[in-house]
Design a protein around this ligand. Structure first.
Ligand code: SAH
Ligand code: SF4
Ligand code: F3S
Length: 486
């Protein structure tokens, strides 16, 4: 089932050198995309319309929410018109992400005027950040629920049904929703996301996530492996293990006899089936171990692609960002990837331009780091101060907006050059592609990705979704590789 994707141009869209498909399949980047869950028509009485913003974590959480509300007699609908309950699963990562939600709430207000029975709820990171203040600021909102409180939705909705407003923004140290089988609403039936941990214990000074998602906790390793097995049984061919910082995954059984780190979890999932591709995100440069890299090297079905956000190429700025690594450390990790996995392992990054007090020279260091790594892909942003973060409290947001934007344009430009180089290198080679869908433009072409996460399009012939196909790439566009099955 392909999900309806609405991409609105006023969104917090990072300038991507890669197409929307990449963004949609990318593990957990705030891609500026809005997702509306498709309809489930099982004759349930009430209709839920849920729209998700931000990163893959949110998209995955919406599947958990849908699962919980399915049990409560809600089908999902793709149309706001006719819905009984509208939920917006929101993102706070940059100011613009929040503005988008506010604008959307204004539109929904219009619907509510026509249909006064409509219930409106706000979920996710903005709910957590603003808490009950939301109810004061946005009068039409009935329900505010933070990311660790979704199990409480049935009770909260009952309160709202009774005419009250309801709020639960308690964060938890244990909740991982391990026992809830998500309703796979956002999937193409080939690849799925498995959330392996929640929260974040890092305190990057620019970042709101530790405040909105709470403390880091790892999900029971057995439930992760079981979910992968179930997906394989349903015909899925690819899973992406998700967490803000997967390398710090650490789970121990209650009796303390069994303990599993990320490399070990990755191996267990890879062993579920040789036909199952395994991806993961996000890796943190301070935590990614050689053990993880050797595990990747040992298993053909673990994709050779690492998202390793640098944020900046300058050690002073990295210190101010509280990233806890410096440039030499980051470069060493990149060399370790090259040493253990060879030149074919793709590496991507996130970069922020114009962080507090960043000088022109320090910005040049970001460009030179990009030259050093030659990233395959990047998500690039200008710094947006977030209330309550370390940077907002301690550092002046003193780089003028035009300067931030100009530096960002230079970063994007550099990335485009590197992406073009990467595409050129791929031409003339045979790539194993996992077919995910028809190409967006034509039903005669299929679209899929190689191990390095590059999108490849080729004539359909007799191939189908879910097949592994060897494709000889003959040319490329800015974002996509084109080829023929061999
Ligand atoms: N856990 C991931 C990042 C999640 S947020 C990691 O540690 O890499 C995704 C990206 O949004 C970040 O990597 C960062 O590049 C960007 N970002 C986060 N806060 C931001 C802010 N205040 N302004 C601009 N970009 C920000
Ligand atoms: Fe934010 Fe840093 Fe945690 Fe990533 S690791 S979610 S950037 S605090
Ligand atoms: Fe994700 Fe945005 Fe929250 S990026 S974790 S939804 S702040």
């Amino acid at each position: 089932m392909s999900q309806p994707l609405i991409t609105l141009d006023f969104l917090d869209t990072p300038a991507l050198p890669t197409p929307a498909v990449d963004a949609a399949t990318h593990a957990h980047e705030p891609s500026g995309e809005v997702r509306v869950n498709p309809a489930t028509r099982t004759g349930r009485q009430r209709k839920l319309y849920i729209e998700s913003y931000g990163c893959q974590m949110n998209f995955s959480d919406s599947e958990i929410v849908s699962s919980i509300l399915f049990e409560q007699g809600f089908d999902t609908t793709e149309e706001l018109e006719g819905a009984d309950l509208v939920l917006l699963n929101t993102c706070s990562i940059r100011e613009k992400a929040e503005q988008t939600v506010r604008m959307r709430l204004k539109q929904i207000n219009g619907h509510k005027r026509r249909n006064p029975g409509l219930l409106v709820g706000v979920l996710g990171c903005m709910a957590e950040r603003l808490k009950s203040k939301f109810l004061e600021e946005e009068k039409l909102v009935d329900l505010v629920v933070g990311p660790d409180a979704y199990r409480d939705l049935p009770r909260l909705i009952a309160e709202v049904d009774g005419g009250q407003k309801a709020v639960n923004v308690l964060l938890s140290r244990e909740e991982t929703y391990a026992d809830i089988t998500p309703v796979r609403l956002n999937s193409n039936g080939v690849s799925a996301f498995i959330s392996i941990m929640r929260g974040c214990d890092n305190m990057c000074s620019f970042c709101v996530v530790p405040f909105t998602r709470g403390r880091e906790r790892s999900r029971d390793a057995h439930s992760v492996v079981q979910e992968a097995r179930d997906l394989v049984a349903q015909g899925y061919k690819e899973v992406t293990l998700l967490g803000q910082n997967v390398d710090s995954y650490k789970w121990a059984s209650e009796d303390g006899l069994e303990s599993v780190n990320f490399a070990q979890l990755l191996e267990r999932v890879a062993l579920v089936s040789p036909e199952l591709r395994v991806r993961f995100a996000t890796s943190h440069p301070k935590d990614i171990t050689d053990e993880v890299l050797y595990t990747m090297a040992r298993h053909e079905n673990i994709c050779k692609y690492i998202h390793l956000p640098a944020q900046s190429g300058n050690s002073r700025i990295l210190k101010l960002m509280n990233r806890t690594y410096d440039r030499p450390w980051y470069e060493e990790r990149v060399l370790a990837i090259r040493r253990i996995l060879g030149p074919d392992c793709a590496i991507s990054t996130d970069m922020i331009s114009g962080f507090c007090s960043e000088t022109e020279e320090e910005h040049q260091d970001t460009l030179s780091l990009m030259d050093f790594v030659q990233y395959d892909m990047a998500y690039m942003f200008f710094y947006s101060e977030r209330p309550g973060t370390l940077a907002a409290r301690k550092l002046a947001d003193d780089v003028p907006l035009e300067v931030k934007k100009r530096r960002l344009a230079e970063i994007i430009d550099r990335q485009q050059q590197h992406s073009a180089l990467r595409n050129q290198r791929a031409v003339g080679q045979v790539h194993r592609v996992l077919v995910e869908n028809f190409s967006k433009r034509s039903q005669e072409h299929l679209s899929g990705r190689n191990s390095q996460n590059q999108v490849i399009i080729f004539p359909k012939k007799h191939y189908q979704k879910g097949d592994y196909v060897d494709v000889l790439v003959h040319s490329s566009t800015a974002s996509t590789l084109l080829g023929d099955a061999v």
